[in-house]
Design a protein around this ligand. Structure first.
Ligand code: GTP
Ligand code: MG
Length: 407
């Protein structure tokens, strides 16, 4: 019996030690660009325990509208507070110009979340730099990035380039596909549909942060998260809850079938699962939930779980999971693409937008005849003028202008 008491006391001390450590956790959530800031605006409203929220943008007007603990206008010289107009090179330059201030926000944090919308200028260009600065200083870095709607055409290519850069600079990356938003909120006005997505993303981030900042019965801590997330590639975060008779199955399904993520759990390498319920929650329910979540994962996957019993969850079953080492459709798409591929662009888009591909060879063909083949960083309307096309060619433009990117 004595031994039993000693054990119990030791365990209580353990919990106290963990609470102390929780108090010292240092977490930064950084929104970059318009979309990133819209999302952190939601996170600020949801009042996440234990994280400091930063808004970064090149657009002063947008920055004025968001709620954050600290705001920073980046690249004052490059953009004069007027945004990047869809040019990721400017976004990157802006972040480099403000790297000292950015470092103050992300240096040596326990965790940094870099949240952005890929496809524009600021987020696509600056978010990878923010992640790079955070990671170099030893922070555990989570990227959260939206991918554009297919109808955004030229932005999709820019977003894919940005996604790879962000992935290289993060420990793990959560990719949200805006196209999936058309499935769940297609009939809503765009602003409201964005709100649906931003609310969901904010719930994911809050769920993950509070899993390690709010102590529980079987506690999950920073070391657990680090074990699962360090250098882990693509990840998914899910949150689900139910209070019906079928609550375990419903909560798990909601958590693993996040409507904005398109991921394949086959062969996933890590999972951190937190389960919360009222005093009536049984071990069997917890066990079943974990089995369901991990059934498709790699047999050697690292699975860590925690559980919390709280009177406020009476009758409820709440699941938060982060699953790492996933294959994402974005990776698969890239693998499927050949080294070279064609983009057919209508000339109006070309005149308006800057086409950006870093250090790649670009071949421009009109009606299948090569016009330009050279190494270039951006293709703009000025370059279009310099094509010096004859009037005949101009007539052919809408149908047959193609740009080939050769790696
Ligand atoms: N889910 C979601 N996606 C958004 C939102 N706002 C923009 N997007 C997406 O994010 C992409 C990038 O847009 P912005 O974030 O406005 O661009 P930016 O990074 O500010 O870049 P510049 O304005 O060019 O400097 C868009 O192409 C959209 O696909 C939003 O509030 N929610
Ligand atoms: Mg913007």
């Amino acid at each position: 019996m004595d031994l039993f008491f000693k054990d119990a006391i030791k365990q209580t001390q353990n919990i106290e030690r963990k609470v102390e450590q929780v108090g010292n956790l240092n977490i930064s959530v950084v929104g970059v660009g318009g979309c990133g800031n819209n999302i952190i605006n939601w996170i600020s409203k949801q009042k996440v325990q234990g994280a400091k929220i930063f808004a970064l943008n090149t657009d002063q007007q947008h920055l004025n509208r968001v709620e954050a603990d600290e705001k920073l206008l980046i690249g004052k010289t490059v953009t004069r507070g007027l945004g990047c107009g869809g040019n990721p090179l400017k976004g990157e330059e802006a972040a480099r110009e403000s790297s000292l201030e950015i470092k103050e926000m992300v240096n040596k944090r326990d965790i940094v979340f870099v949240i952005t919308g890929n496809g524009g200028g600021t987020g696509s260009g600056a978010a990878p730099v923010v992640a790079e600065l955070a990671r170099k200083s030893g922070s555990l870095v989570f990227g959260v990035a939206t991918m554009p709607f297919n109808m955004e055409r030229l932005r999709v290519e820019k977003a894919e380039v940005a996604l790879l850069k962000l992935k290289d600079n993060c420990d793990c990356l959560i990719v949200i596909d805006n196209n999936k938003l058309t499935e769940i909120a297609g009939s809503m006005p765009l602003g409201q549909a964005f709100n649906v997505a931003n609310n969901l993303i904010s719930t994911m981030v809050k769920g993950l942060i509070e899993t390690i900042t709010v102590p529980s019965l079987i506690n999950l801590d920073y070391a657990d998260l680090k074990a699962i997330a360090t250098n882990s590639g693509i990840a998914s975060i899910g949150v689900g809850s139910s209070n019906t008779k079928n609550r375990v199955v419903e909560a798990v399904n909601q958590a693993i079938n996040n409507p904005l993520l398109e991921v394949d759990y086959d062969g996933a390498t890590g999972a951190l699962i937190n389960i919360q319920g009222g005093p009536e929650m049984t071990l069997e329910e917890v066990n079943n939930a974990i089995k369901m979540i991990t059934q498709k994962m790699d047999k050697d996957a690292n699975v860590i779980f925690g559980a919390k019993i709280d009177e406020k969850f009476k009758g409820q079953f709440v699941v938060m999971s982060i699953i790492t080492g996933l294959k994402s459709t974005w990776d698969i798409k890239k693998e499927q693409k050949n080294d070279s591929f064609f983009h057919s662009l209508d000339i109006d888009t070309l005149k308006k937008e800057k086409f950006e591909e870093l250090s790649k060879q670009v071949e421009i063909r009109v009606d299948n005849k090569p016009k330009i083949k050279e190494e270039r960083k951006v293709f703009t309307s000025v370059d279009y003028e310099s094509l010096d096309l004859s009037d005949d060619d101009d007539d052919l433009m809408d149908e047959s202008l193609e740009i080939q990117i050769l790696n």
